[in-house]
Design a protein around this ligand. Structure first.
Ligand code: SF4
Length: 732
């Protein structure tokens, strides 16, 4: 079986076993997030505040670690800075040996998962017990977490009941959630009473006072800290923030972002060693207040690659992550498959690529990095404004560099990109879509027939992993630019504006009709349109991690458009993923002035049309709705992230259409993702959610803004949707 086929098989197995539970829970969290942050008036400011604190903390990290060390030691605790997992585990094992600890209890901590401390201590003869319910379930099941906040999210209540009944053989079979919880509570209560050492992580550590914040949904972390007389906290160095006051935005955001709770059930602030006396559970006579309050506290701060990440301009942002899980819950691929496929050795979800690359290395990140399609829905959800798709792209680029040099030599000669290191053939094929599009048009319709013939599909799947179950969209013999240049342009007296309509690769070579509709729509609203030949935006190579090629394209696009910008033209874009390049990704690829000139004057077509109508253009010049004409609309993921969906809705409302919108985060196609053999089934599974919503809406028309969404919806409904400009096209 090829590696692509075995990856497809792996994903299929996990989707079948865990997809339903993961999907239901993550969508619930995601919906909860929308509702909970919707109640926050100053949500965007809070995110910026949290971001600024993390930026400052990571900038001053060595100084803050020194300050924290001093305060913890003044408080009576000990700080150990561990270089790596082995170093940390050795220290923890030594403390446990000193205490002659028979049992170590733990509250939930991803950092302790990262260093595999359980296995280390168990090999040393200690009984290690997870006290977080989800973690305990997984310990009993001998499984790894599938989600950074809700580790057993992939397990249904029925599966947990079966597990407990078989493992513990209780007198009465357990069935309901309450029975399971009460059983776990009683069992864990007994285990906690006899513990000698308690281990926690820390969500935040404040350098000014040595305070640690633990944000949990259960009370077991408090018991872990207070029942045994020895407390070991294991935390990554990035958890240090300057002061207790700085906790405020994080406390407001972390529960809302992760599970949609305005505040989690337990927010515990400890300044250890805590002063409360320990309880001797065998001694019912002595008052608790007279118990022994001689406690030990050890803070193990773990580097394990983090200081190198801090020096790495691209991975540094990962250290701002507060592990809230919003990026997992909002990710359509994660919702379908969960962290056992969308994750590495320890971490899962979108940001896991950065963590895995930083702490475990590129090989672990490479296992799942391609599952990020760059849809960008996570960037809006992230409470510390991390550009998660960019981190994924950078890691993809680095993974590409490690490919087989022999293959690279072969592929280098065949492809026109400017990569100096070698992405594999599949990535190069999709990354060089501009060349394919030009050739496809040149030889159309023969190229369409050939590409969709059975032998060609078989060969493409075999050689480059292009899934044969997909049909290729048809290339048009006449491009949009050629059509525009050949036609008789209408004379627009006193134009409202002058625009360059960006002929993106898909509109220019394949979806030419939507381009023609866009021209007619703009002209009907009194706009003078120019349609020059401009290169592809670089979105296709960027999506494959080919940053060098994308950067070259960005320079060419900027050069082609800047004379028009200098001359007062606006740039109007049909394809949202290209606009996302102009407004976002180009910031990293162009000189600042060039980026700003283009970003400031680029508009999505419906955004622009709405602006014209709002400023007096006549909406009746467009194709308005017949009585009760209904539309189901799926907005492109990047269009939603840019906050542009509302303009389409507002214009459709002005044109009297009755609109139903989908709430699916991404259609699942995501450029080339759904064409890849290893991801085809995942792509269709993600899409099915959208398909169901569109079928249920049962409207006169289905419209979608992006090329990927159009292709995916056509496959799902067996009928191609229109672009909104086609619905509003005066010539329809
Ligand atoms: S990257 Fe952002 S959204 Fe994702 S877990 Fe970290 S803080 Fe949360």
């Amino acid at each position: 079986m090829s590696s692509r086929a075995s990856k497809a098989e792996h994903i299929r197995r996990i989707m079948q076993a865990e997809g339903d539970a993961v999907g239901e829970n993550t969508r619930g969290f995601n919906q909860g997030r929308y509702e909970s942050v919707g109640d926050l008036e100053d949500y965007e400011n809070l995110k910026s505040e949290a971001r600024a604190i993390k930026e400052d903390a990571i900038e001053r990290l060595p100084e803050l670690i020194d300050q924290l060390t001093e305060t913890v030691e003044e408080n009576g605790g000990t700080v150990y800075i561990a270089d790596d997992a082995e170093d940390a585990n050795q220290y923890v094992a030594e403390v446990c040996a000193e205490k002659d600890a028979g049992r170590v209890i733990k509250s939930k901590s991803m950092t302790s998962e990262e260093i595999d401390v359980n296995e280390y201590l168990e090999a040393d003869g200690r009984d290690v017990v997870e006290t977080d319910l989800g973690e305990w379930v997984l310990q009993v099941a001998d499984e790894a977490p599938s989600h950074i906040v809700a580790p057993a999210i992939h397990k249904s209540r029925e599966e947990i009941a079966k597990l407990f009944n078989e493992y513990f053989e209780p007198e009465e079979e357990l069935e309901t959630a309450e029975e399971l919880t009460m059983f776990a509570r009683a069992k864990l209560g007994e285990l906690i009473q006899d513990a000698d050492v308690g281990m926690t992580g820390a969500n935040f550590l404040t350098a000014d006072s040595g305070t640690m914040a633990l944000v949990t949904s259960e009370g077991n972390a408090r018991k872990t800290v207070t029942v045994p007389d020895t407390h070991i906290a294991v935390a990554g160095v990035e958890k240090v923030i300057p002061s207790v006051e700085d906790l405020e935005p994080f406390i407001q955001l972390i529960g809302r972002s992760g599970t949609g709770q305005d505040i989690t059930s337990y927010i515990s602030l400890f300044t250890p060693p805590v002063k409360s006396p320990t309880v001797d559970f065998d001694d019912g006579a002595t008052p608790i207040t007279e118990g022994d309050d001689d406690r030990d506290f050890h803070l193990v701060l773990i580097d394990n690659g983090r200081m190198a990440m801090r020096e790495d301009d691209e991975l540094r942002e990962t250290l701002y992550c507060i592990r809230c899980s919003a990026c997992s819950n909002t990710c359509a691929n994660f919702q379908a498959v969960g962290g056992h496929a969308f994750g590495g050795e320890t971490y899962s979800g979108g940001i896991a690529t950065g963590w895995e690359a930083g702490v475990h290395g590129l090989d672990s990140a490479a296992e799942f990095n391609d599952l990020c399609t760059g849809c960008s829905r996570c960037t809006e959800a992230c409470p510390v404004e991390i550009d998660i798709p960019w981190i994924n792209t950078v890691v993809r680029d680095r993974v590409n560099s490690g490919k087989d040099p022999n293959m690279e030599f072969l592929v280098d000669g065949l492809t026109p990109d400017t990569e100096t290191d070698g992405p594999d053939l599949q990535k190069r094929l999709f990354g060089n879509f501009e060349t394919l599009a030009k050739m496809g048009t040149m030889f159309a319709p023969l190229s369409n027939w050939a590409a969709n013939s059975t032998p060609a599909k078989y060969a493409l799947q075999k050689v480059a992993g292009v899934d044969s179950r997909r049909d290729f969209p048809a290339f048009q013999r006449t491009t949009l630019v050629e059509w525009f240049n050949d036609r008789q342009s209408p004379t627009i007296q006193d134009p409202e504006a002058r625009v360059v309509l960006y002929a993106d690769l898909y509109t220019n070579h394949m979806l030419v009709e939507r381009g023609k509709a866009a021209v007619r729509l703009l002209e009907a609203l009194g706009v003078e349109v120019e349609l020059p030949k401009v290169p592809g935006s670089g979105r296709a190579p960027l999506s494959q991690g080919m940053i060098e090629t994308a950067t070259t394209k960005a320079g060419k696009v900027s050069a082609a458009l800047s004379p028009y910008l200098d001359d007062g033209y606006d740039v109007v874009v049909i394809e949202p993923s290209d606009l996302a390049m102009f407004r976002g990704d180009y910031e990293r690829m162009l000189p600042e002035d060039d980026f700003e000139a283009l970003a400031d004057r680029s508009y999505e077509i419906l955004e622009y049309a709405y602006g014209l109508v709002a400023n007096g253009a006549d909406v009746d010049a467009l194709r308005t709705a017949a009585d009760g004409e209904t539309v189901a609309y799926h907005s492109h993921c990047q269009q939603r992230t840019m906050g542009l969906e509302e303009y389409t809705l507002a214009l459709l409302d002005r044109a009297d259409y009755e609109v139903t919108t989908s709430d699916v985060e991404c259609c699942g196609m995501a450029g080339s993702f759904g064409y890849k053999e290893q991801y085809y089934e995942l792509s269709m599974d993600v899409g099915e959610n959208l398909g169901e919503q569109l079928r249920e809406a049962d409207t006169d028309h289905v419209i979608a803004s992006g090329t990927s969404c159009t292709d995916q919806i056509e496959d799902l409904l067996r009928d191609a949707p229109m672009h909104p400009v086609q619905l509003l096209d005066p010539a329809r």
